[in-house]
Ligand binder design. Structure first.
Ligand code: ATP
Ligand code: MG
Length: 549
């Protein structure tokens, strides 16, 4: 067996070599529709879909929608959209655990008939007290030895709505002394007089996740049920149900969930961020959700590549957020066209360039892509440059613009700074420069040697745009580690600025990703209108964060 296989691939290859399941591989991604998908789910999606594909198998998308209280069709829709966007195709149709409610009920009846399940009238507290502690055995419920007939009739009554919520549950009859707490007669069904987003009011008993999950896998014939480590201790219970029911033996394999620095992935906490307005919705570009990353401009290929790079482990670890950002940069460096955008503008007047004249210069779209082509950019007497590209008291090694200094305007001419104009407060408001007519890029005959090249846009032609600049949402590596995670929110994670970009971007479509040369990667936001483009900052050009720390 090759060294480079991960442990799941090794398991599958062994199964295939033994002819298990007739050489079939069927995995599934089983989200609960109670929130939006995040980067951790993306990890699970990439793993389930890629591994099945690698071995000629398929993947089901199944909503584990057994809890009517927290679930919603809004989540069902967003989850499908996200999986698709990530680049994966599931077996159609989309599946729902709620479609198995009847089967799950019938299996429960089978277990009752076998004397392996009983109706318990104890209260929730009593049940949890009787369960005992991991170190000492639990106590058996006084209802544990009800007859099969009585159990069947009571369960029927539960189903028909004869009893109040909380007054009865159906429990598996396993072992109250098991060292595994999940095996101490776990609850299979509870009464919930709640409306379900798919089955409506058809049911007033709902299966517990632990009862429904493994059986749903089995109903679908899932060969390799891959999930996160916290379910390892549930596996004996899943196996128990399948064995006692004598149905398809799906097997569960566990891997370490993805944890990432400066990020939270608990759906409960993410919901809190949304509901309390700490962010602007589930798809806020600062959120670790798939929809947030999409809106921020992360390409799906970058996310897939990240998930591939981190691999599958058997032990919990913390992945550095910079690795994801690295993958985003790596992808965008190859694919994003370069454009010029000035984020903190300072006006430059080129005094020896004729007023009212516009010249076109040619700029290459992407030096990393030989087929990327080039575009024309208008050059005129007044241009915007980046404020930080001028320094009045510049050190010797400052190669951008300084009084009497020269710099090349990317794709255009060399200019020299002749005069610095300030307002009453002493702030620099404009530079008067002159240009060298024979220094044009591509046909430079000036003989001038300049070390710096800066970006620029023509004042008369530039588009005024909104740019949303992002920093990490949390300022600590493990938010909530020492208290409330909300206290670790970075108060400066969003800054809105106005910028000027070159006119070629006019009318560019939503979702378009570009590199503002020397500044970073940006993506056109859905809030853009005909009048004004809105950009989200996707990533800086380099990892500025490690420096900041
Ligand atoms: P909860 O069950 O608390 O609502 P969850 O994050 O487990 O939250 P599910 O919808 O049950 O949400 O998850 C769907 C699948 O994604 C599961 O198989 C789960 O194991 C997997 N998953 C969830 N979080 C991560 C993570 N951080 N890394 C890898 N896989 C994850
Ligand atoms: Mg879960």
């Amino acid at each position: 067996m090759s060294e480079s296989l991960n442990f799941l691939e090794q398991i599958i290859e062994t199964d295939l070599s033994e002819g298990k399941h007739d050489g079939k591989v069927l995995t599934r991604f089983p989200p609960e529709p109670n929130g939006y998908l995040h980067i951790g789910h993306a990890k699970s999606i990439c793993l389930n879909f890629s591994i099945a594909k690698k071995y000629g198998g398929n993947t089901n998308l199944r909503f584990d929608d057994t809890n009517p209280v927290k679930e919603d069709t809004e989540y069902v829709d967003s989850i499908q959209q996200d999986v698709e966007w990530l680049g994966f195709k599931w077996n159609t149709p989309t599946l729902f655990a709620s479609d198995y409610f009847q089967q799950l009920h019938d299996f429960a009846v089978v277990l009752i008939e076998k004397g392996l399940a009983y109706v318990d009238d104890s209260t929730q507290e009593e049940i949890s007290d009787m369960r005992g502690k991991p170190t000492s055995p639990g106590t058996e419920s006084p209802y544990r030895n009800r007859s099969v007939e009585e159990n069947l009739s009571l369960f029927e009554g539960m189903k028909n709505g004869d009893f109040e919520e909380g007054s009865k549950v159906l429990r598996a009859k396993i072992d109250m002394a098991s060292p595994n707490m999940h095996m101490r007669d776990p609850i299979m069904y509870r009464i919930l007089k709640a409306h379900h987003h798919r089955t409506g009011d058809a049911w007033c008993i709902y299966p517990m996740y632990d009862y429904a999950h493994g059986i749903s896998d089995s109903i679908e014939g899932i060969t390799h049920s891959i999930c996160t480590l916290e379910f390892e201790v549930h596996r004996p219970l899943y196996d128990w149900f399948l064995e006692k029911l004598e149905i398809f033996p799906s097997r569960q394999y566990e891997f370490a969930r993805l944890n990432m620095s400066y990020t939270i992935m608990s759906k409960r906490k993410l919901l809190k961020l949304v509901e309390e307005g700490h962010v602007n919705g589930w798809d806020d570009p600062r959120m670790p959700t798939v929809s947030g990353m999409r809106r921020k401009g992360y390409p799906p290929a970058a996310i897939r590549n990240f998930c591939d790079k981190i691999g599958v482990a058997k032990r919990e670890n913390l992945i550095d957020l910079s690795l994801l950002e690295f993958c985003v940069r790596e992808e965008l460096n190859k694919t994003a066209p370069r454009v010029m955008g000035v984020l903190d503008p300072l006006k430059v007047t080129i005094t020896n360039f004729p007023e009212g004249k516009t010249e076109e210069v040619e700029v290459i779209n992407n030096p990393e892509n030989p087929d990327g082509g080039s575009r024309k950019m208008p050059f005129s007497r007044e241009i915007w440059i980046e404020r930080a590209d001028f320094m009045e008291d510049a050190p010797r090694k400052f190669f951008r613009l300084k009084p009497e200094g020269m710099v090349r305007l990317k794709g255009a001419y060399i200019i020299q700074c002749d005069e610095v104009i300030k307002d009453e407060s002493g702030e620099v408001v404009e530079l008067k420069c002159s240009y060298f007519e024979n220094s044009r890029s591509g046909s430079d005959e000036s003989g001038l040697k300049v070390k710096g090249t800066i970006h620029w846009v023509s004042v008369a032609d530039a588009l005024s745009v909104e740019v949303r600049m992002y920093d990490r949402l949390f300022s600590t590596e493990e938010p909530g580690k020492d208290g409330d995670f909300l206290d670790d929110i970075n108060p400066d994670s969003l800054k809105i600025i106005n910028a000027y970009v070159e006119p070629a971007l006019k009318g560019v479509e939503e979702g378009k990703r570009v590199q503002f040369m020397r500044k970073g990667y940006y993506c056109v936001d859905q809030d853009s209108s005909k009048e004004k483009l809105v950009f989200n900052q996707t990533a800086t050009l380099r990892d500025n964060w490690s420096k900041k720390k």
